[in-house]
Ligand binder design. Structure first.
Ligand code: GLV
Ligand code: GLV
Length: 325
């Protein structure tokens, strides 16, 4: 008999095709990509399923797992991040968890570089000025920004994505890469010739600071006033990990007072960030709607990996990418 699965979003076609053609599962789908499934609907739909495939808008907590009941054996999230999952609750219930690292590394690194340059060279302001009559004449210091050549780039949380970002930035003639993490990661650092420094030194020395760590209780709001106050007023802060690692009030303060030069954020708290949020009023803050992995290739690869993880898990096999709980 077919195993029952609920899929919380109309995920990209490659994953759906894999589920359909597997002959292994009977799945029900929240058939929209434009609005997430409501909590009430989700709590109803998960009842008695064997597997659940979700995206990062779904909070997978005790309440939801209780609603699903003991039949639920496998959770597969179409994301590399897992801060939307209560890992303790999943572990307690013996539920296996799949996720989608690696397939999105290139897309996220590309977007991070794009966001960094957009922020440092003030591209959003520049197109706005060109379009709205601000371009009176060519002026010598107008719309000047900060360049990557001869700069120091700091990476907060060195993993696959941080390495991929540094590899892409190196050809821009970056002088030095620094990183910090809970412990040195020499094998990763070697590939990009990055030096391990304290959090303090990272703040003080970086001309560009890229946040690449996971959101955990330890990293929650570690980018706060203390960090920003140590940064140079010419520095650019970039976050493509999770909004929760940043104290946004402190960031607003740092940006509006010129404590730091600019910030590029692909992630915020909450998402979407309300359009009347103070950060949107700042010219030196570029905000993107969480699109770092949004290339057709990558989103399809994430969809396929999430589907394959789910099917393997439901067969009691090792998943391609499984979280160790
Ligand atoms: C995106 O943010 C992801 O976690 O995959
Ligand atoms: C810029 O366009 C220059 O000619 O210096």
């Amino acid at each position: 008999t077919l195993q029952r699965v609920y899929v919380t979003r109309q995920i990209p076609p490659e994953g759906l095709k894999i589920l359909k053609e597997s002959g292994q599962v009977q799945f029900e789908l929240w058939d929209s990509d434009d609005v997430p499934v409501s909590r009430a609907e989700l709590l109803k739909k998960v009842k008695g399923v064997d597997g659940l495939l979700c995206v990062l808008t779904e909070k997978i907590d005790a309440e939801l797992l209780d609603a699903a009941g003991p039949s639920l054996k496998v959770l597969s999230t179409m994301s590399v991040g897992f801060d939307h999952l209560s890992l303790d609750e999943l572990k307690k219930r013996g539920i296996r968890v799949g996720y989608t690292p690696e397939v999105l590394t290139d897309a996220v690194a590309e977007l991070t570089v794009a966001l960094l340059l957009t922020t440092s060279r003030r591209l959003i302001e520049a197109t706005h000025e060109a379009k709205t009559g601000g371009w009176g004449t060519w002026r010598t210091l107008w719309l000047c920004g900060h360049e990557l050549a001869n700069s120091t780039v700091g990476i907060l949380g060195l993993g696959r994505i941080g390495v991929a970002i540094a590899e892409r930035l190196a050809p821009f003639k970056v002088k030095k890469f620094l990183y910090t993490d809970v412990a040195p990661r020499p094998e990763l650092a070697k590939a990009i010739n990055a030096e391990y420094v304290s959090f303090d030194e990272l703040a003080k020395q970086s001309d560009f600071l890229a946040v690449c760590c996971a959101l955990t209780p330890e990293t929650k709001e570690i980018c706060n006033k203390e960090l920003f106050s140590k940064m140079k007023n010419t520095s650019i802060f970039i976050n493509t990990s999770r909004g929760g690692v940043v104290n946004q009030e402190d960031l607003y303060e740092a940006l509006s007072t010129g404590q730091i030069a600019g910030a590029g954020l692909d992630v915020t708290v909450p998402e979407p960030l309300p359009t009347n949020h103070p950060l949107f009023t700042l010219k030196n803050c570029v905000i993107l709607p969480h699109i770092a992995s949004a290339s057709y290739t990558t989103r399809n690869a994430m969809s396929a990996l999430a589907a394959n993880n789910l099917l393997l898990g439901l067969r009691g096999k090792p998943m391609i990418k499984e979280l160790k709980l």
